[in-house]
Design a protein around this ligand. Sequence first.
Ligand code: NAG
Ligand code: NAG
Ligand code: NAG
Ligand code: NAG
Ligand code: NAG
Ligand code: NAG
Length: 434
Amino acid sequence: MSRRPSRRKAGFGCQRDTPEYLQLEHHHHDPYRVSRASQTVTLPRLIWFLFVLVALQGRFALASSSLNHHPRDVVLPLRVTNNCKDTIWPAILTQNGIGPSVSGFALAPGDSNPQTVSGDWRGRVWARTNCSFPVSGAGPASGQGGAACTTGDCGMFMECQGAGQAPATLAEFTMSSDTYQTFYDISLVDGYNLPVGIIALVEETGNSTLADIPPNLTNPVCIGTSSLLASIGRSSDVDFGTNATFPLPLEQSATPAFVQDWCPWPLQLAPPQKPGDGVYPYPDDNIQRPIFNPCLSACAKWNKAKYCCTGNHNTPATCSPSLYSTQAKKVCPDAYSYAYDDQTSTFIIPQGSGFEVVFCPTGRSSNILAVFGDQLRQLAQTGHVTRDIVGLAQNVTYIREKSGARNGSRPSLVWVASVVFLVWTLLGQSGVVL
Ligand SMILES: *[C@@H]1O[C@H](CO)[C@@H](O)[C@H](O)[C@H]1NC(C)=O
Ligand SMILES: *[C@@H]1O[C@H](CO)[C@@H](O)[C@H](O)[C@H]1NC(C)=O
Ligand SMILES: *[C@@H]1O[C@H](CO)[C@@H](O)[C@H](O)[C@H]1NC(C)=O
Ligand SMILES: *[C@@H]1O[C@H](CO)[C@@H](O)[C@H](O)[C@H]1NC(C)=O
Ligand SMILES: *[C@@H]1O[C@H](CO)[C@@H](O)[C@H](O)[C@H]1NC(C)=O
Ligand SMILES: *[C@@H]1O[C@H](CO)[C@@H](O)[C@H](O)[C@H]1NC(C)=O
């Protein structure tokens, strides 16, 4: 699997490609695997052993055949849904595996486009806005630049040949890895154009290991557009497979005013017209911004090493989040905001699931990685989901308290990410035992 495709040369150049941090971590310390080796027989191991035994005997033809299949032969759904009130032009870039039959298309409000990808697919999905193609499907007249869309444009082609132009909110996927896991994230590293949510279609796999993974842990949402923001206090988002019993942990401090103005003024793609004599009052708090207000990341706008984490700044220790990244993280805590916060924004589940990417979900941004940190730690320590965890996951009071207290003491997110990694390794290998 090529980890570094030549994406940097055109557009979307601000982030590293794969959560390499996580892959390196796996190769380097892999502490769980070591401790497993020294364990005595536990219930999960026994169940796994029996499962393998049965599979080997060919009792589950389906099970054994899909265990033997290369991920390239597996077909996974990749649905793209438009909840926006305007037409959008989703674009799909394939970096590994077999991509969908089209790499760009128009999608009317309320429509879903059911594409499929191979089980080893790696790529990204974003939405182009305000497009007007020269001739349907055609690119620019020879030698001319330009853009057919206000955001996300890829060389004026309806079908994208490569990456698009910043800013665009991205949904990124690595469907399979050598650890049999799927990595995915919402990325604002190259900027933000529209709200995005990702739904892991775990139930559609028909694989009970995956179907047991709760929607409140797998479905991140990022809403940085105030008109689509639900009021503070809302605790579940039905569009994302959760309900009052199993609420999705949501970010609970961003007000509509904050979400309207989160983008640092100079990073707005099209700042509002200067009032009167052309002199801004500074700060610019009183100038009304448009509802659709695409925001470039500091890297996309200025292309400086310190913002793009390149050159002398190419390590987590030497690349700090910019104002853009900290603002983005406040609006979308589960999203990736600069090249080195993949540890606080990468979701990892056992491989085999397809996904739905929803543009313009309404509700509030999710805050999954911060809220369930303690439960994930407990999961990692005990090796199974306890009744206490299930109780807490259903405790709306607890989830509200934790979601509201974002600036209180939080577990180290680097640490939480390591735990998430371990937990999914565990779930992937032993099955969920309730
Ligand atoms: C179900 O998913 C798990 C996790 O990815 C995988 O290990 C297992 O092989 C899958 N089972 C079947 C029957 O495909
Ligand atoms: C551009 O697209 C966005 C998102 O679909 C929409 O909200 C906005 O009204 C469009 N702007 C124009 C000028 O058409
Ligand atoms: C809430 O969601 C869970 C998990 O998806 C489901 O089992 C349960 O039936 C739902 N409850 C209601 C009241 O819809
Ligand atoms: C999330 O919801 C599921 C049911 O869909 C539940 O079993 C689970 O315990 C909940 N939360 C966590 C942290 O697992
Ligand atoms: C729910 O959580 C709150 C706050 O953490 C706690 O006080 C309460 O006892 C919990 N309720 C249940 C039923 O566990
Ligand atoms: C969080 O920040 C808000 C405003 O910035 C402040 O009023 C509140 O007390 C803080 N909460 C905690 C738990 O620090």
